[in-house]
Design a protein around this ligand. Structure first.
Ligand code: MG
Length: 158
């Protein structure tokens, strides 16, 4: 088996949609990025690629490439799953934690796990998504951004 870790952070800005784990979360601010800036899904992509030693999200989906402008990060996740399966692996489970001062994410966590399970090609019971508060500390505590960490476990395809 192989384990991978991923981390990402994006800046919050007024008037943008907030997308986390493929779910549109109601809030007056959203994350800034070339794609939909889905920080949770980006952390997962890096965890998957890292576990299979297939490089990084920046290598596979460069923010200089117009193909990825405004794209749903679930598409990047689906392509990452395809890449690791091509390399002889499949996903056993993933787990992730979002750090956000606002908004309250608890009511959306189950929807995120369900949205992520499809492109990961696993059952939603194999997708852990949690949220924690930075308790007002630092840039995240000042609501200047949102970060996410993820781990992924892979096993050889039968
Ligand atoms: Mg990112």
């Amino acid at each position: 088996m192989r384990v991978g870790i991923g981390y990402d952070v994006h800046v919050l800005e007024a008037g943008r949609p907030l997308v986390l784990g493929g779910v549109r979360v109601p809030y007056d601010r959203g994350l800034v990025g070339h794609s939909d800036a889905d920080v949770l899904t980006h952390a997962l992509v890096d965890a998957l690629l890292g576990a299979a030693a297939l490089g990084t999200i920046g290598e596979h989906f460069p923010d200089t490439d117009p193909r990825f402008r405004g794209i749903s990060s679930l598409e990047l996740l689906a392509e990452s799953t395809r890449l690791l399966e091509e390399a002889g692996w499949r996903v056993v489970n993933v787990d992730a934690v979002i750090s956000a001062q606002e908004p309250r994410l608890q009511p959306h966590l189950r929807s995120m796990a369900e949205a992520l399970a499809g492109p990961l090609r696993v059952d939603p019971t194999c997708v852990g998504v949690k949220a924690t508060s930075p308790e007002g500390l630092g840039a995240l505590g000042r609501r200047e951004g949102i970060s996410a960490q993820a781990v992924a476990l892979l096993e050889p395809k039968p």
